[in-house]
Ligand binder design. Structure first.
Ligand code: MG
Length: 292
């Protein structure tokens, strides 16, 4: 397993070759990062997440020669904007960065004056309104549940989905999961487990795989970096594109950030496993060499 990017790289020629090929495709490739646990440290209270400014600065500086840069998250787009824009605004002529909130339901471009209306066409406005009303109802029940059980900071309502967190309330994990399962079956919602949370989503919402597909559509390469269950879909989509007949020369790289809570499946499926922000910075420098 990787403990240090440089050392590991020296040992694995195939990987070095793949990274070289990926760098070679930079003018027609994207680099996309998850937010929590990747560009932001994991915090006890989800609302308190903050951008790791050093990691972000190196990301932008090293990867500005790539065709597209993106941040892909289950968070709301305005949350990502609030956390990222103050630092972005201080940088010296940064490239545009695409923000994908709610797994791609929301889309915004930093540094681009156009206001894009190119959110996913998969879901109609009527369907979204119905989902919003459903989540309003589920949120009412969730807040009642949290109050009855005396749980603080557990419910995060995200317009079209709802997340229940137990990082601060480990003792309540079982009762939170039981509540989530009950509500999911009552309202026909999907359950998506994360590191210390479960998300209730109406069926048919996009996933990070859709975002990867979207980013890759006109490009010849893509790198995706993440640390949680939701990122597995992005990894598999990159592999699917790479193995497809329509893009036989597509250069793909998948990178997992390791922590105590990172799912082993994600690390197993990653090309590269990095131990935290310091190695992530080294990785950005490595893929960015041709662009500096
Ligand atoms: Mg994450």
């Amino acid at each position: 397993m990787a403990t240090n990017v440089d050392n590991w790289m020296k040992l694995d020629r195939n990987l070095l070759l793949r990274i070289d090929r990926f760098k070679g495709s930079s003018q027609s490739a994207f680099v996309a990062c998850d937010f929590d646990g990747t560009l932001s440290p994991i915090v006890e209270v989800p609302e308190n997440a903050y951008l790791d400014e050093q990691v972000f600065e190196v990301f932008v500086a090293c990867c500005k020669g790539f065709s597209k840069l993106a941040v892909v998250s289950g968070r709301r787009c305005n949350f990502l904007f609030e956390k990222i824009f103050p630092k972005y605004n201080q940088l010296n002529s940064p490239p545009p960065i695409e923000l994908f909130g709610l797994y791609g339901l929301e889309h915004q471009i930093l540094g681009d004056k156009k206001s894009p209306e190119d959110t996913y066409p998969l879901i109609s406005k009527d369907e979204l309104l119905a989902m919003e009303a459903l989540i309003d109802q589920v949120a009412l029940e969730a807040f009642n549940f949290a109050e009855l059980e005396n749980l603080i900071g557990v419910v995060e309502k995200k317009r079209y989905m709802l997340t229940l967190h137990w990082r601060r309330q480990l003792q309540a994990k079982e009762s939170i999961e039981a509540f989530a399962q009950k509500v999911a079956s009552t309202y026909n919602l999907e359950l998506h487990y994360g590191k210390a949370n479960v998300e209730l989503r109406p069926p048919g919402l996009p996933s990070k795989a859709n975002v990867v597909q979207w980013l890759a559509q006109d490009l010849d390469g893509g790198c995706y970096i993440g640390d949680d269950m939701g990122d597995i879909a992005a990894f598999s989509e990159l592999r699917t594109i790479k193995n497809s007949k329509t893009k036989p020369d597509f250069q793909a790289l998948t990178v997992a950030i390791r922590s105590d809570e990172t799912p082993s499946q994600l690390m197993d499926e990653a090309d590269i496993v990095l131990d935290g922000p310091a190695e992530l910075i080294e990785f950005f420098k490595l893929i960015g060499q041709v662009n500096q």
